[in-house]
Design a protein around this ligand. Structure first.
Ligand SMILES: Cc1cc2nc3c(=O)[nH]c(=O)nc-3n(C[C@H](O)[C@H](O)[C@H](O)COP(=O)(O)OP(=O)(O)OC[C@H]3O[C@@H](n4cnc5c(N)ncnc54)[C@H](O)[C@@H]3O)c2cc1C
Length: 559
């Protein structure tokens, strides 16, 4: 295999340093390609970002994954950071009942080992948020959902909410069960969500395997878990990683592709041209539409039709512990999910709150009702609501509250969106698309992003003579590809997961994974001993001291 200008290795450009681009870049570099990664922002990680707020590490949005996210878990394992996450040994979600403040329901996988999908029955039959008479009907609806063909245009074109109504799932079941599962995964209320994608969530997340829905989360800032670990892995492979570089135009040439770039990330810095054999374009739909060279996609403007849906996080620090669980869900309340961020943010060492304080982040998906409201109003409303549904918070003093908003968190996973999601393969050889919005079959998630990066890498690399093997499942189902042809003399690392697979029994509580050293990566602590090096650009909006939250509120001038 030879690359542009007679180089020994094919040169591959990856545009976009989110999870999709990072995956494609890693796989390509592992397979021996000469990779150049171009990212507009000053740091890698894309939508999974963190920033330093007076010593506190804040994720712009709480992220969780499930055990069924086998490719994302493969990405973590490849980076040697799996031990910086926690994966529940068994699905266990405590749900605050907003209509019965102080009371909770529990959605959990029982210890009794039942084969899927029978494992679901005890979990649903014991779920107190649903009236007893509705629990069996909900279980039946889940099985019916799981049988739908998500790729049928009729199924994808239908509204999940309409389907629920037709299957005797009333307002209570919709809110207390179905939207608990799907608002966070589809970033849309049931009425506005694609039935096809909802069916995918229920089938893969609940029905196919008993352990599929076990929930996982990062114990360190996302920036450290993804962006910094990937930067190191790519540097170790000799990849050319360029941040604060905007790709302005991509042109097909006789030999491959030319990318017009400007430094500074804004498009106004110094200009240059990067010449490559193949390209993975891993940017959000509007940027992809603008950059697609002629012949790559029949109708680039149609990608804009995917639209965007926001997520808002309301962050609050209390002067004492007010919840003992790593996270809680809520029903009959505007609050959706509450996460304990105390350890991951490094609160204890940040010096912004008294010892023993607790940092909670409320993750509000399908956030159209909140995204344009002032931070002070959101803070007041959500602090009052947390105190209403979580009695332990009533006596606690609020140290600080602030808000982060991601207006284009995901594409709108609406009925009919399937037809707009592009395949990895385009009309041009050596030019592939990636991104959680592409046609992965998955919702817009970290898993979808990683899968899209794998598909795009496979596509572009095949065009330059490098064949990436199919993902290799480890015994605990985590997958990552091993290059089918180990490129000679490239120093490439085989990306297969056979060695790591021995590291962790499928059901251990802590996702300790394999000792990082076995992957050639340095072992890292489970808590953020050293915060991420790069300071990212997002900022939080502090709720001013004068806002009517509580007499205990403190604030600083807006960040
Ligand atoms: C607040 C929030 C909460 C979320 N919660 C979850 C969750 O709990 N679980 C889950 O699985 N998923 C969650 N998601 C979704 C998940 O983060 C995304 O689906 C995934 O990270 C998208 O990755 P990506 O690589 O496809 O795109 P992105 O992360 O958007 O990456 C695209 C990159 O391309 C860069 N770029 C754009 N234009 C150019 C250009 N011209 N030149 C160079 N670079 C360019 C961008 O700067 C960006 O870094 C959440 C998202 C948000 C925002």
């Amino acid at each position: 295999m030879t690359g542009v200008g007679g180089n020994a290795r094919p040169r591959v450009a990856v545009v976009g340093g989110g999870l999709a681009g990072l995956t494609a870049a890693l796989v390509a570099a592992d397979a021996g390609a000469d990779v150049v990664l171009l990212e507009t922002r000053p740091r890698l990680g894309g939508a999974t970002a963190s920033f330093d707020r007076k010593g506190l590490w804040v994720d712009t949005g709480q992220h969780v994954f499930m055990r069924c996210c086998t490719a994302y878990r493969g990405f973590l394992r490849r980076l040697g950071v799996e031990h910086q996450t926690t994966l529940q040994p068994r699905l266990d979600v405590e749900v605050l009942l907003g209509d019965r403040p102080g009371q909770r329901a529990r959605l959990r996988r029982t210890k009794t080992r039942l084969p899927a999908p029978l494992h679901l029955a005890p979990a649903l039959l014991g779920y107190k948020a649903l009236p007893v008479g509705q629990r069996a009907a909900a279980a039946l609806a889940a099985f019916q959902l799981g049988r739908l063909d998500q790729r049928s245009p009729k199924v994808d074109g239908a509204s999940f909410g309409d389907w629920l109504a037709r299957h005797h799932q009333g307002a209570v079941a919709t809110e207390a069960l179905w939207e608990l599962l799907t608002i966070a995964t589809l970033n849309a209320p049931a009425a506005e969500a694609s039935l096809g994608l909802a069916a995918k969530v229920v089938r893969t997340g609940l029905l196919e395997r008993a352990d599929a829905a076990d929930i996982g989360w990062a114990d360190v800032p996302l920036q450290q878990l993804h962006g910094e670990a990937a930067a190191k892995a790519l540097a170790d492979l000799g990849a050319d990683v360029r941040t604060s570089v905007k790709v302005r135009e991509i042109t097909r040439t006789d030999a491959g592709y030319e990318l017009a770039i400007t430094s500074g990330g804004t498009g106004r810095g110094a200009s240059a041209v990067v010449t490559v054999d193949a390209v993975v374009l891993a940017v959000p739909p509007p940027a992809a539409a603008a950059l697609l060279p002629a012949g790559a996609h029949p109708d680039p403007a149609s990608l804009e039709g995917l639209g965007a849906s926001p997520i808002v996080n309301v962050h609050m620090i209390f002067d004492r512990r007010v919840m003992d669980q790593p996270f809680l869900a809520a029903t009959s309340s505007p609050v959706q999910w509450i996460f304990d961020r105390t350890v991951a943010s490094g609160l204890a060492g940040a010096g912004v709150a008294p010892p023993g304080s607790q940092y909670l982040a409320l993750s509000q998906s399908a956030a159209a009702p909140w995204v344009d409201r002032p931070a002070g109003e959101l803070g007041a409303e959500f602090v009052a609501e947390v105190r209403r549904i979580l009695p332990a918070a009533r006596a606690a003093e609020l140290v600080e509250v602030f808000v982060t908003r991601e207006r284009t968190a995901t594409f709108r996973q609406a009925p009919g969106s399937l037809a707009l999601r592009a395949a990895a393969k385009t009309g041009l050889p050596g030019f592939a698309l990636a991104g959680a919005w592409t046609d992965t079959g998955w919702p817009a998630t970290m898993e979808g992003a990683v899968r899209s990066g794998l598909a795009a890498a496979r596509e572009t690399l095949a065009s330059v003579g490098v064949h990436v093997g199919e993902p290799q499942p480890a015994p605990d189902d985590v997958t990552w590809p091993r290059p089918a042809i180990a490129p000679a003399g490239t120093g490439a690392v085989a990306g297969g997961l056979s060695a790591p697979a021995q590291g962790r029994p499928a059901d251990s509580g802590k996702a300790s994974g394999v000792p990082a050293a076995s992957l050639g990566a340095p072992a890292q602590p489970a808590v953020p001993a050293a915060p991420p090096a790069a300071r990212a650009e997002p900022a939080a909006e502090t709720v001013p001291a004068a806002s009517p939250i509580s007499p205990n509120t403190t604030g600083s001038s807006p960040a």
